[in-house]
Design a protein around this ligand. Structure first.
Ligand code: NAP
Length: 435
């Protein structure tokens, strides 16, 4: 949407394709529903649809409904911004046991992603008292917060009803966050970290020995403002008295790496090894192991980009190779093919980082524009897709979904309720043609 916004500023016509019937990607299906102000970015993005020369062609999967070659023949330029939707693997024993889940799945479930086909969290959470979350990034913090919030704290969100009910009924008592390195190396940001200490019904705990910094970490800390703020928050928690008004505990652990996940037919434990950093910041195990009894393990160790048929891909870094957003193949620029966002840089950075990234790519595209060949195919792709029996969702169709979600929310005293079922979204969008 940021790339489309920057292009329409230069009076360039833009068709935005999405395999989902709804626009806005991770703003809708990634940003935690209780982060209401960050989610409101979609109101800003929604204004882009009001600009002249832009269309939405939702419910179109590139590589299935239409090929990248067809797109390239129909436009002067194609900008790939499809993100990094897959999860990274840990490669440890027990990773695939029922009850060991990827954070990407949990996030897709609680945000009401239409293609969600993962574990049945309504059933899983019903028997979950103790949870381990692997990783100490912002997604891990989102997961812990969503699992630990009270019914009333979640009531303002746009989560689907079945998600709210499952979270309300989950008998969660204990959530442990596991960082394989120390507090200085944790990738969560301070605002997100602080929120864990402000929950209505959960008390957060840290351990003094795990906050002690080795020489390398001290050196790192001196040059890292975010880490300094994080370490200050963690030390503040150390000094805090335990609360007696809560029924949930959050343990924030450092210098423990997952060794294996245990259980016969379902997760019943996770074994971690204590770790340390040497003078050069290299991580090693200390040979001391600890077993934690848990019912659920959430692996929150990062997202991973995937290849798109017909597009160059770097399987080592899982991004599309590029120079300033110009896609390259064996080092040579592929004319008319561009990339922005997580599939350009890898899955790091906040929304603002992606805006800047998209604007950078559009700058390259605008520089190239005079030399880009004209499209060889002139038939409108909306027509081509319709002839193939692909029902596309237009801006009007999306606006119908948007209005229905707001109405549904208002009926329940909430600003919005996300509609999760793809068939329902398609039915609401109707067959409104792209205008
Ligand atoms: P992330 O920040 O890269 O965090 C991944 C975590 O997984 C790190 O703590 C990493 O530890 C750990 N990890 C990786 N491999 C591991 C392994 N084998 N064993 C144990 N731990 C392992 O990724 P993310 O949390 O998925 O977030 C992605 C991006 O979205 C980030 O830039 C994040 O800031 C952003 N985001 C922002 C917000 C927000 O602003 N509120 C919310 C959600 C996401 P090491 O560092 O040791 O590798």
């Amino acid at each position: 949407m940021y790339a489309a916004d920057a292009l329409t500023d230069h009076e360039i016509e833009v068709d935005v394709f999405d395999r989902l019937p709804t626009p806005f990607g991770l703003v809708r299906y990634g940003v935690a529903p209780d982060h209401v102000s960050i989610r409101s970015v979609r109101d800003t993005l929604d204004k882009v649809w009001d600009k002249p020369g832009i269309r939405f062609l939702g419910n179109v999967e590139v590589g299935r409904d239409i090929s990248i070659e067809e797109l390239r023949r129909s436009y002067n330029a194609v900008v790939l911004t499809y993100g990094a939707a897959a999860d990274r693997r840990l490669g440890i024993e027990g990773e695939d046991l029922p009850g060991s889940v990827a954070a990407t799945d949990f996030v897709a479930w609680y945000t009401g992603h239409p293609d969600y086909r993962g574990p049945d969290f309504s059933r899983l959470l019903h028997n979950t008292r103790r949870v381990a979350v692997i990783g100490v990034g912002n997604v891990a913090v989102d997961v812990v917060r969503v699992l630990s919030k009270s019914e009333s704290e979640l009531s303002e969100t746009d989560m689907p009803d079945h998600v709210l009910e499952a979270l309300r009924d989950a008998p969660i008592e204990h959530v442990t966050l596991l960082g394989r390195r120390g507090p200085v190396q944790a990738s969560f940001t301070t605002k997100e970290l602080k929120e864990l200490g402000e929950l209505a019904e959960a008390d957060v705990h840290v351990r003094q020995d795990e906050l002690e910094l080795d020489p390398w970490s001290q050196e790192q800390l001196a040059n890292n403002k975010v880490a300094q703020r994080n370490v200050a928050v963690l030390n503040e928690w150390l000094e805090r008295d335990s609360r007696t008004d809560t029924h949930r505990a959050i343990d924030l652990r450092f210098f423990v790496r997952p060794e294996s996940i245990g259980g016969a037919t379902h997760v019943d434990s996770i074994t971690v090894e204590r770790t340390e950093l040497d003078a050069d910041g290299r991580l090693s195990g200390r040979g001391e192991f600890e077993r934690l009894d848990v019912d659920l393990v959430v692996r929150s160790v990062g997202y991973r980009g995937e290849a798109m048929p017909g597009v160059p891909f770097d399987p080592t870094s899982n991004v599309i190779p590029n120079i300033d957003g110009r896609v390259t193949d064996g080092g040579d620029v592929v004319p008319g093919l561009y990339v922005a966002g997580w599939i350009k840089r890898g899955p790091t950075g906040i929304i603002g980082t992606n805006k800047k990234c998209a604007v950078g790519t559009v700058t390259s595209l605008l520089e190239d524009l005079p030399s880009l060949p004209d499209p060889v195919e002139t038939t409108d792709l909306a027509q081509v897709l319709s002839d193939r029996g692909v029902q596309t969702v237009s801006v009007d169709g999306w606006r119908a979904i948007d209005a229905r979600e707001r109405d549904r929310g208002h009926e329940r005293g909430r600003p919005r309720q996300t509609i999760a079922a793809r068939e329902e979204l398609m039915e609401i969008a109707g067959t409104t043609p792209a205008t």
